[in-house]
Design a protein around this ligand. Structure first.
Ligand code: IMP
Length: 185
């Protein structure tokens, strides 16, 4: 079955293909816009996105939204993570966290699928901590300032290892379980 992946990022299409290909799903990249509603919840962004794209006539598709939620910053940058990365960046987050003892944070990834007349929305979490300085050269975005266990940052571990524990990896496994439960795959 063909599944349209609505994203501007071709890297995501590859990642989904490698996780879902063995279940007979063939990813098709659809580079198309949908509105991202103003809400603190990724699930709401994804739910509204699915409804909009369905209304516009798109069928059999998936979308996702992810972000880094820092507890001491009341969840910032959260749903604004892409904007936060472009504006204040990792240095800006570290500055905001200067002198802050509670370093806890969580990476979240929400994936939504509309297949036939069924909607599946799952969220994967990866809890961890904000580091005191940028570390490592792997990965992207907030990887150099996030550590899942208080030692190495996401930018200091190989991608395959990150995928096992990351918010996206967790969300993908939840998605596969739910699609299996519903006999979609
Ligand atoms: P998106 O919704 O997957 O495009 O993610 C939004 C933003 O969250 C990205 O632009 C990154 O700044 C950040 N982000 C999401 N996932 C990760 C990750 O695994 N590592 C680092 N930053 C991430």
């Amino acid at each position: 079955m063909k599944l349209n992946v609505v994203t501007h990022n071709p890297g995501k299409v590859k990642e989904y293909q490698s996780a879902l290909g063995e279940y007979g799903l063939e990813m098709v990249h659809v580079n198309r816009e949908y509105d991202e509603v103003q809400t603190p919840y990724l699930e709401e962004v994804v739910d509204k996105g699915i409804k909009q794209l369905s209304k516009e006539g798109l069928t059999d598709f998936m979308i996702d939204d992810s972000g880094l939620f820092v507890n001491a910053l009341k969840g910032f940058p959260g749903v604004y993570s892409a904007y936060g990365q472009k504006t204040i960046g990792n240095k800006g987050i570290l500055k905001l966290m200067g002198g802050v003892e509670d370093r806890s944070a969580v990476f979240k990834c929400c994936i939504g699928c509309r297949i036939g007349d069924q909607t599946v929305i799952v969220t994967g979490n990866c809890p961890g901590y904000i580091t005191y300085e940028e570390r490592g050269t792997e990965g992207f975005g907030y990887d150099p300032i996030f550590t899942p266990n208080g030692s190495l940052s996401f930018a200091e571990i190989p991608l395959e290892e990150k995928n096992v524990i990351s918010h996206r990896g967790v969300a993908l496994r939840l998605l596969i379980d739910e699609l299996k439960n519903r006999n979609i795959i």
